[in-house]
Design a protein around this ligand. Sequence first.
Ligand code: URP
Ligand code: ZN
Ligand code: ZN
Ligand code: ZN
Length: 460
Amino acid sequence: MSFTCFTGGRIVTSTGQFDADILVENGTIVAVGSFPQLDTDSIELVDCTGKYVLPGGVDVHTHLDSPLMGTTTADDFESGTIAAACGGTTTIVDFAMQPTGVRLTDALDTHLAKAQGKAVIDYGMHMCITDLYDGATQEFGEIAQAGVSSFKVFMAYRGTLMLHDGQLYDVLRAASGVGSQVCVHAENGDVIDRIAADLVAAGKTGPGTHEIARPPATEVEAVERAIRIGRMADAPLYFVHLSTAGAVEAVAAAQGRDWPVAAETCTHYLTLDRELYDQPGFEPAKVVLTPPLRTREHRDALWSGLSAGTLSVVSSDHCPFCFADKERLAGADFRSIPNGGPGVEHRMSVVYGKGVAQGRITLEKFVALTSTIPAQQFGLHPRKGHIAPGADADLVLLDPDGTTTITAATQNQAVDYTPYEGWSLPGSFDAVYSRGELVARRGRYVGKAGRGRFLHRATR
Ligand code: URP
Ligand code: ZN
Ligand code: ZN
Ligand code: ZN
């Protein structure tokens, strides 16, 4: 038996905060309260005085060791989960990508093998469907049985990742039939491809052009269309990485009719401005993300959407490529720059620093958006995202008087830049525990290698 007691801290959940101790046995929370009679010889004490004790972050949108746009994302399951842990995230749900021509179950096995023995925090998987071959939907039950109860589909990237509307309908029908949910990348890919081709023909080829090729309406239209297709399929929807005011409006309208539509936004859409595309040289490639960064007006709408509950999750969409590799892989124009950026390490700090510390959201809301609701949405709650008996002791000690400084030179993410370079933010996630084990202290990994476990997620 191994007991630990986290004493003297202020516990914060998605619904409230209170002073209490947390008793942990073999990695599981067994009691929350006051324990004056503890035999301190046989119990390890963790002094949390002056700290907030939060459930560890749950990031449901990462791409580790993943094939994408002719290359592979820069973090594998070791560096990516170490970076996550150092930033206060104790659970990820990663996207298993299906290469064209590969069976879904085989692609899933390949991705699971990449994580096995390397991940240092617990992880689940979503299955990305990019090639809906005959019989693919018949594998959905088997995939759900394997604990992978969500899919992702792309409405953009025709020819490589995109499914057409009929296929989206088929996936929604089949997934809901086995109790799985579908995550939708909503952008009108065909319109984007035409705008991009026109821009290139007009000689506009630089990295910042990526933004002009993907105007807000390409997201809004796809969100509205997917909602309609979801109704026709009688299936729930989860929108990933929403970036626009119009998308928030469309989701709110659907929710107002009691349609089962949920949505996330990401750290960067809340905090970074489109003006980064106006930088000289190849710098804008650092933020060649899909969808692109937007203006202040959209950011305000996203924060309002979080406050109103229209958007209920903040994920990182950690999809890292080295700046040097983005440059090397860029061909004649912006279309060949790998789309994505790093962020799993800094999601918690940036959302706390720009959200809670600036009075945009409460600390309880922060816990809801970064931990509890993502865990609920993806079948991980009450084991994850929760501080109560029976939950895993995934705990983060937040020092509200500390400071977090973000630089590429000191980050754990295996990339040569961060879009938050030089940011100094109030609050520091000083100590991070996964199943009761200290895994990170002041931004450095101190846990064992390969200790993460696969999380078998239930269907709905
Ligand atoms: O910038 C992004 N989002 N990269 C591609 C992966 C995705 O989620 O679409
Ligand atoms: Zn996407
Ligand atoms: Zn993504
Ligand atoms: Zn590199």
